[in-house]
Design a protein around this ligand. Structure first.
Ligand code: ZN
Length: 641
């Protein structure tokens, strides 16, 4: 039997006092004698069996005292054994959490109730009855029955339980086979190998593996080719726009596929409600291939499992879900958000979207893990929001679920899971400090990994669209007017002067573009054009030319919208011949004479901003996705007839 034995100690080399202070004093009041802990080691003693029933850090029989431990570990360290170094930024509070986690983990491994830490809480009869009804298969572990007296823990537990059970669906070999039949595995796999080779060629230090690239290929395919986002479905009768109008009763077929809720999307013209069942069964989602983040993460996690990636379903209590995939090459869990086609950008929610995170939990066939800390660079703030349940209750509950889940897990696999958990814990106690354009992947400095994530060579990564030039048609020549508008929400141009001709896609009306993209914030229902992450500036322009059609430009009127935050800047310019004029993107109509020129270029340059979010600090055409009538830019070009 294998036991984990962790030792925590303060390095004797630090601090100013004459001798090391007490590491902890009482079972229930664990603290460090020094504030300035710069180094702390967790040592994994593989195969070292301890029968000690004492909580960690309480020197007991079989556990060497702290001085002994320190000397022992220093020896091991000199011998080059595996150890994990705690970063100097780790706070006492975080270390306390880690210590509690490890203690709970140890109890779990030893199959012991974790009664000694933290102190037991009272159990309300209502809660325990409901819990036992909800969890008939749970063994007699203390976790679920020792319910927190805090209101809300019951709902929290039911959510945990539901996710805990749901992820087992992904393990059905039959379902995995079905998922594989829907995805181009050979293609994705070949692309992953090719990109791995490129990464290795460009970075001799590259330690990435094929699966790192496979997950990115899968993310790209899933978003670009497989799944689609649903706000409101088109009307089932006329295909026109609908609006959400409450919910409808689920049919037997809906509930068979886990849709407890059916949204009603109502068409004003036909007076018809189009049904949108929110399916929870990933098998059904392989067919419908649409939904919001719930459907996306659900189906994507299945696809990951189907191609042999280890994957977890991630639940965020602030109403979002995504996936994590284990990278054996990097020995860590990678954040993967299929809705955003994002890999290894864990800070995108807190730093990028401004979310106030509190609980983020990972669910897999092997375990439940509280992974909140990976997604935040401000742990004290997060802690103030963790008020739904008691931390002690949460630890015990998770631990109890893991005992059940791991009943049939063999010793080798258990060892692997513990090792991974320890690596994660070390990651968690060290909050990330985001740099400009960096949304937080640990050790994201590797060139190959940045190439893989599209942060280097962004110009090559963005598909180039043929340069577009607006040339007056015969109709427009006769009118003496070229009138075109672009709507960011619909991502559509309307060439009013040419019989309301529609051009789909912002890129298809653009002349030149460099490091810009159209950003859709599905959660906030906003859309805008911004520069790509990590680019100091982005530019795009529209070109009008009438040299070939024998007319001359007389004047132009432009109304456009741009928005900046912090120190972000947007500069609008108009070029005609040698003349360059700057103008404002403030929504006002601005007119300029063109005095007989034949070419006009309207351009925008996006720069500046601060920190990881600088790319978001300069935006063009920011608009609600539901605002479809307001043009983002409108250009009226007058000719001499
Ligand atoms: Zn309709």
């Amino acid at each position: 039997m294998y036991f984990l034995f962790c030792k925590l100690f303060c390095s004797g080399a630090i601090g100013s006092g004459p001798g090391p202070g007490p590491l902890w004093r009482r079972k229930s009041d664990f603290f460090f004698g020094r504030r300035n802990i710069t180094t702390l080691f967790i040592k994994l003693n593989h195969g070292c069996v301890t029968g000690s029933a004492e909580p960690l850090g309480e020197p007991g029989p079989g556990v060497p005292g702290r001085r002994q431990t320190a000397a022992h570990l220093r020896r091991q360290h000199l011998k080059g054994d595996t150890h994990l170094v705690f970063p100097s930024s780790a706070s006492v509070h975080q270390l306390r959490r880690i210590r509690e986690s490890i203690a709970a983990e140890k109890d779990q491994r030893l199959g012991r109730p974790s009664s000694q830490h933290p102190p037991p809480t009272t159990t309300t009869s209502t809660a325990s009855t409901a819990v036992s009804a909800a969890t008939p298969s749970l063994p007699s572990t203390p976790a679920p029955s020792a319910a927190s007296p805090l209101v809300g823990s019951m709902g929290f537990f039911l959510t945990l339980q539901s996710n805990y059970q749901h992820v087992m669906v992904y393990e059905s070999l039959e379902l995995q086979q079905k998922a594989r039949s829907k995805l181009p595995y050979e293609e994705l796999s070949a692309a992953a190998v090719e990109k791995l080779n490129v990464a290795k060629a460009s970075d001799p230090e590259c330690k990435l593996g094929k699966e790192d690239f496979l997950v990115m290929e899968l993310l790209r395919w899933f978003k670009k080719e497989f799944f689609s986002w649903v706000n409101c479905l088109p009307c089932s009768q006329c295909g026109g726009e609908t609006k959400t109008a409450g919910s409808l009763n689920p049919s037997a077929e809906d509930t068979r596929w886990g849709a407890q809720r059916v949204e009603s999307h109502y068409c004003q013209s036909c007076h018809v409600a189009t049904r949108f069942p929110r399916y929870n069964n990933p098998e059904k989602l392989l067919e419908t291939r649409r939904g919001r983040c719930g459907e996306w993460a659900n189906c994507f996690t299945l696809c990951c499992r189907a191609v042999g990636l280890e994957a977890r379903y991630i639940w965020d209590s602030t109403d979002h879900v995504w996936t994590e995939v284990y990278s054996s090459a990097q020995r860590r869990w990678l954040h993967c958000d299929p809705c955003e086609n994002s890999c290894d950008k864990p800070l995108m929610y807190e730093v990028g979207w401004g979310k106030k995170l509190s609980y983020i939990l990972a669910f897999s066939k092997d375990e439940v893990v509280d992974v909140t800390w990976r997604y935040s660079c401000n742990h004290p703030d997060v802690l103030t929001r963790r008020t739904k349940v008691q931390e002690a209750w949460l630890l015990r509950t998770i631990s109890g679920l893991n005992v059940t889940r791991q009943q049939s897990v063999g010793p080798e696999r258990k060892r692997e899971l513990v090792n991974r958990l320890l690596v994660e814990l070390v990651e968690f106690i060290s909050p990330k400090k985001p740099k400009a354009g960096d949304l937080g992947g640990r050790g994201s400095g590797s060139l190959a990994w940045r190439i893989a994530r599209g942060e280097v060579g962004a110009r090559e990564a963005v598909p180039q669209v043929a340069e577009h030039t607006f040339t007056p048609t015969d109709v427009e020549k006769n009118k003496g007017l070229l009138h075109v508008r672009y709507f960011a929400s619909r991502d559509q141009y309307q060439r009013v002067s040419n019989g309301d001709e529609v051009i789909h896609g912002w890129e298809r009306g653009v002349w030149r573009k460099d490091c810009v993209f159209r950003k859709v914030e599905n959660d906030w229902q906003m859309v805008y054009i911004a520069r790509t992450e990590g680019s100091p500036c982005g530019t795009l322009s529209w070109r009008f030319d009438c040299a070939d059609v024998g007319v001359k430009m007389k004047a132009v009127s432009v109304t456009t919208h741009s928005q900046t935050f912090n120190s972000g800047t947007v500069v609008w310019r108009m070029r005609s011949g040698q003349a360059v004029t700057e103008f404002l993107g403030d929504g006002s109509l601005q007119s300029f004479p063109l005095s007989g020129s034949t070419e006009l270029v309207i351009e925008a340059e996006l720069c500046g901003g601060e920190g990881a979010l600088s790319w978001q600090h300069a935006q063009l055409f920011r608009q609600s996705l539901t605002e479809t009538a307001e043009p983002s830019i409108e250009i009226l070009l007058h000719f001499d007839a």
